[in-house]
Design a protein around this ligand. Structure first.
Ligand SMILES: Nc1nc2c(ncn2[C@@H]2O[C@H](COP(=O)(O)OP(=O)(O)O)[C@@H](O)[C@H]2O)c(=O)[nH]1
Ligand SMILES: [Mg+2]
Length: 194
């Protein structure tokens, strides 16, 4: 996989030209988004911080994988664990138009913390995305920090979310499954053996 940093934008007005298929990456602050970006790209492209909610920029990365290019859009975290509609509103204010109307977005990757799988704030964001999801778009739920779960807890979570993926950025588990799933969604089944 080849990765190229393209741009940090203050707002969607400064977004790059929509010339490539895009994958939007979103999650609550501290969910492990930066860690995932680093694990996924195998590079230290994102700053891992224990201070939540610091990244307010929209980062665009060009990914080249198996000869195909797409753009990964790293969106700001949408608040901490606390449930707050106004927090989502605040987060969405800047991004709403981008999330709704970006025609080249084909996939939303929603990172969720495996230890807190049913946070209302995550459910609200999921409902929000589904409220305008087009037929050519999908949501992929990825649970992070599975190294913090017991085997039995993980098994239960997998049963509750059969379509989700499960990763540990710390232990580098499940990262390749995410890569494969993205390719499958973007380019179709069996894209790997063509
Ligand atoms: N145990 C564990 N900790 C993780 C994992 N991913 C991230 N973290 C930790 O969670 C904290 C927040 O990570 P970060 O990537 O900065 O989250 P972000 O705010 O979503 O970008 C850091 O202390 C990371 O080391 C994981 O898979 N397992
Ligand atoms: Mg971050």
């Amino acid at each position: 996989m080849k990765v190229k940093f393209l741009k940090s934008a203050q707002s969607i007005k400064d977004a790059i030209e929509p010339n490539f298929t895009e994958v939007a990456l979103l999650g609550r602050s501290n969910v492990g988004k930066s860690s995932f970006l680093n694990a996924f790209t195998n590079q230290k492209i994102a700053k891992v911080s224990s201070t939540p909610g610091k990244t307010k920029l929209i980062n665009f990365f060009e990914i080249e994988d198996e000869g195909r290019k797409y753009v990964l859009v790293d969106l700001p975290g949408f608040g901490y664990a606390k449930v707050s509609k106004s927090m989502i509103k605040e987060w969405g204010k800047n991004l709403d138009e981008f999330l709704r109307n970006r025609f080249n977005t084909k996939l939303f990757i929603h990172l969720r913390d495996a230890r807190h799988p049913d946070l209302e704030i995550d459910n609200m964001v999921d409902d929000y995305l589904k409220s305008f999801l087009r037929k050519d778009q999908q949501i992929l739920t990825v649970f992070t920090k599975i190294d913090k779960l017991k085997q039995s807890e993980l098994a239960k979570l997998k049963k509750a979310y059969p379509d989700a993926l499960f990763i540990s950025n710390l232990k580098k588990r499940g990262i390749d499954e995410v890569r494969r799933k993205i390719n499958e969604i973007l380019w179709g089944e069996g894209s790997e053996d063509s």
